[in-house]
Write a protein that binds this ligand. Structure first.
Ligand code: DAH
Length: 360
């Protein structure tokens, strides 16, 4: 066997024996690199006689081509084997449980949920939303709502006042959403049909009171709305909100400076089983105050009470949330305890709609 034949079989054995792409690259450098065995042979051509060169030249070139082809064929085989191995080792176990997404673990606070629910109900009846600031003037929170200066009704509100300003004015944290009635009537032309959900503040704290709480106010002003309409609106609201077919309501005479006549509304409930059930039983539970808007209030907003009339109501959002969802302590609403929100919260993508169901 000639030297070249030996070299060829050495190199082919090394190529076949290369088990990885790195090993194969080593063989390539060993054979064809600058100082490789074939390259070294090539360098000897210059020193040969023309006759020798005529034989050795083609022989060496042929060897070079053969080795190059063998390396590239081996490379393909190794690449394919590597791919096979990756495919086998990187399989995905489709039976593994899904990791819960934020949409699964996040929760909507019951107050937000109930605001969405009552917005869906009143929007369906043609109401729009009105809003006002939490920091309010004495004039809008009390005076324009027909609370005379020094009237005991002011004291009943346990108001948080700010320090007096230089001009003697004392701002306050609104004690109810009713000042937004005034803001609305002063800026919108009747007919007015709005609900006003928002935060309210009173210096009070126990199982059913927190210093910050939520109310939703309703206001209808036009030329003919009367007490019958008010009753219907509240009745329809209660049926939709508590998701019952029928609900008995009781309108009791009451007093608010900004309505005349004024009523408090109780709904039928059953307290016998330790928890409160709405829409059955023969007990009563107070849920809201309402009445026909007082002529003085209409006048304070620049409207003529001989032309315009209407009704209003105010309801505690936290209160009806506690009732609907059986939450016993209002203070827990604002403790920011993750365990509480996990238990009582709502799934973020389950938006309450009348079509799809409010609470499911
Ligand atoms: N603002 C009253 C409160 O916080 C609730 C209320 C009663 C609002 C009667 C009204 C209403 O609009 O007509 O106690």
């Amino acid at each position: 066997m000639s030297n070249l034949d030996n070299l060829e079989s050495d190199l082919l054995t090394a190529i076949d024996g290369a088990e990885t792409e790195t090993a194969l690259e080593d063989v390539r450098v060993h054979a064809l690199g600058k100082k490789g065995r074939i390259s070294e042979q090539m360098k000897t051509l210059g020193k040969m006689t023309p006759e020798e060169r005529q034989v050795m030249g083609p022989a060496l070139n042929g060897l070079k081509a053969k080795i190059t082809d063998a390396i590239s064929a081996r490379k393909d085989i190794l690449a394919e084997a590597a791919l096979e191995q990756r495919l086998a080792s990187e399989t995905v176990d489709v039976t593994l449980p899904l990791r819960p997404s934020p949409a699964e673990t996040g929760r909507i606070h019951p107050v937000s949920q109930v605001i969405d629910e009552l917005t869906a109900i009143f929007a369906d009846m043609g109401f729009s939303i009105a809003e006002g600031p939490d920091i309010e003037t004495d004039e809008l929170n009390f005076t324009a709502l027909n609370f005379p200066e020094g009237h005991p009704a002011r004291e009943m509100h346990d108001t948080f006042f700010f320090n007096e300003k230089e001009d003697g004015e004392r701002l306050l944290l609104r004690t109810h959403t009713s000042p937004v009635q005034i803001r609305t009537m002063r800026t919108q032309e009747p007919p007015i049909r709005v609900i006003i959900p928002g935060r309210t503040y009173r210096c009070d704290s126990d199982q059913t009171h927190t210093p910050m709480f939520h109310q939703v106010e309703g206001l209808v002003i036009d030329k003919e709305s009367h007490f019958g309409h008010l009753k219907w609106v509240l009745q329809e609201f209660c049926k939709s909100f508590f998701e019952v077919d029928d609900i008995k309501m009781r309108f009791r005479p009451s007093f608010f400076p900004f309505t005349e006549p004024s009523m408090e509304v109780d709904i039928q409930c059953d307290r016998s089983g330790g928890e409160v059930r709405i829409g059955q039983g023969d007990d009563w539970l107070e849920i809201l105050g309402c009445g026909m808007v007082h002529p003085n209030v209409i006048r304070n907003c620049g409207l003529d009470p001989d032309v315009y009339q209407g009704f209003a109501w105010g309801m505690g959002i936290d209160r009806i949330a506690m009732l609907k969802y059986g939450m016993p302590d209002l203070r827990a609403f604002f403790d920011a305890d993750v365990r509480w929100i996990q238990h009582y919260g709502f799934r973020p993508l389950d938006l309450p709609t009348l079509f799809g169901g409010l609470s499911n």
